[in-house]
Design a protein around this ligand. Structure first.
Ligand code: UDP
Length: 453
């Protein structure tokens, strides 16, 4: 732990789980470098202050009620948060700026999530420097910068289309990897990406949860196109000296003792993150595929991710039999610990960026089933660039699922994928150690912040 320095950082996380995790991890990293940390957060999905006793917390009244908080329309909720948070956030920051001078360390800068479109403007008005935290990968961010070109060339798919057409200007992406627009309101998607790029251009720098060795080419392109400093300090969960949980749901730790009973590298861990939802038919097909795979499985099923509250009692007998010992279901898992467990041999994921990076950090091969947003791009990099996973080809059907799981856990192809994954795991570990690329990026970030005064 570095000596305390007389500088306060204001961190403003986006209230979705993956974003919250990254922001609180960044807070812990910068606290360990001597900064004081204040987390300004929405009431919606508020973090638990008792898990972070060294931070100060200030909540803002976002006015989001239960009916509006549904994650079934994520783009709508993103837009609403940007509308509702702007004024209370400005008032909160204004108050903190005006009350400087007492015992609290002076504000060095604001670090806000890149999905908030108003924060750099607020910071400029209040004469506070603003950095942006990008919780996704560099490849997707680069795709966001070229979105107008993709749109012009007709590459942007509409919801539901699964076009295998190649994006010639950006191999190995396929059209289906690009975020899809709702044909009824295509402007919503375009606005989100435009705002993202604008916020970054208006910032004093971007802290990004990735590492040079993983995304060197896309980071270089971003630096050239956006002309702001980039600080790739990830995988941020591997840089934290302490490991307090930032889960918004209660972790069911019984899965760790269950994993202790399973043979090494035998278990398929299944989780589709904190936002993706499935129909009953899809959930049933997953259950049947897992039963058919004959491999042990640990499956996270969040209560909101399936519409039928009586599931899995209504599931077919072969699945319930599999649950008798070969399978385990939980509502929420301590995911990082699960991925680091020696029994876990593969991760069936929706390819959210945090999940992808957490899997890379433990050398766990991935079965990718991207759902929305950046996930298609992340999954394509996993399967075709880093070659540390496969896509679930042929659709969400029990035979395809069982075949894909065996490919990763039983067949020779799976071993080759694991060997490559272990090389990346080593690189991820080296980069956060003293002198590694992420460690140096963090040094550069600290110097950059200290140069603001
Ligand atoms: N996560 C977890 N327990 C679970 C499922 C997910 O702790 O049972 C965490 C996971 O470790 C990751 C985050 O939730 O940090 C999900 O973020 P990601 O970017 O992968 O997906 P999103 O939820 O944003 O779609």
């Amino acid at each position: 732990m570095n000596p305390r320095i007389n500088h306060r950082l204001i961190l403003f996380p986006h209230p979705f789980q993956g974003h919250m995790n990254s922001t609180l991890q960044l807070g812990r990293i910068l606290y360990a470098r001597g900064f004081s940390i204040t987390i300004v957060h929405t009431n919606f999905n508020a973090p638990d202050p008792t898990s972070h006793p060294h931070f100060a917390f200030r909540s803002i009244a976002d006015g989001i009620d239960q009916s509006e908080a549904s994650t079934s329309d994520i783009r709508g909720l993103l837009a609403l948060l940007n509308v509702r948070c702007a004024v209370p956030f400005e008032e909160c920051l204004q108050e903190m700026v005006s009350s400087q001078g007492g015992d609290a360390a002076p504000i060095a800068c604001l670090i806000s999530d890149s999905m908030f479109s108003f924060t750099c403007g607020v910071a400029e008005r209040l004469k506070v420097r603003a950095l942006v935290l990008r919780t996704g990968g560099a490849a997707f961010l680069y795709v966001a910068t070229i979105f107008p070109v993709l749109k012009e060339k007709g590459y942007v798919p509409v919801l539901g289309s699964r076009s295998e057409e190649a994006v010639k200007e950006f191999p190995p992406l396929l059209v289906k990897d690009i975020p899809a627009v709702d044909p009824q309101k295509p402007e919503v998607m375009f606005r989100i990406l435009d705002n993202l790029i604008e916020v970054i251009k208006n910032s004093f720098g971007v802290i990004i949860n990735t590492f040079e060795e993983l995304e060197h080419t896309d980071l270089a392109s971003l630096r050239e196109v956006l002309s702001v400093p980039f600080f790739p300090i990830g995988p941020s969960h591997k840089c934290c000296v302490t490991s307090s949980s930032s889960s918004l749901l209660v972790e069911d730790r019984s899965c760790i003792s269950w994993l202790d009973e399973q043979p090494p590298k035998s278990v398929i861990y299944v989780s589709f993150g904190s936002l993706a939802a499935m129909s009953e038919a899809e959930i049933l097909e997953i259950a049947l595929g897992l039963a058919d795979s004959k491999q042990p499985f640990l499956w996270v099923v969040r209560p909101e991710s399936v519409r039928d509250p009586e599931w899995p009692q209504k599931s077919p007998s072969c699945f319930l039999e599999a649950l008798e010992g070969r399978g385990k279901m939980v509502k929420w898992a301590p995911q990082k610990e699960v991925l680091a467990h020696p029994a876990v041999g593969a991760f069936w994921t929706h390819s959210g960026w945090n999940s992808t990076l957490e899997s890379i950090s433990e050398g766990v091969p991935m079965l990718c089933m991207p759902c929305f947003a950046d996930q298609g791009v992340n999954a394509r990099y996993v399967s075709d660039v880093w070659r540390i996973g496969v896509h679930l080809n042929g659709g969400l059907e029990r035979e395809n699922i069982a075949r894909a799981i065996k490919r990763l856990l039983v067949e020779r192809e799976g071993e080759e994928i694991r060997e490559r994954a272990l090389v990346l795991k080593e690189e991820a570990s080296v980069c956060v150690g003293q002198g590694g690329s992420s460690y140096r990026a963090l040094d550069a970030l600290v110097s950059h912040i200290l140069s603001f005064k």
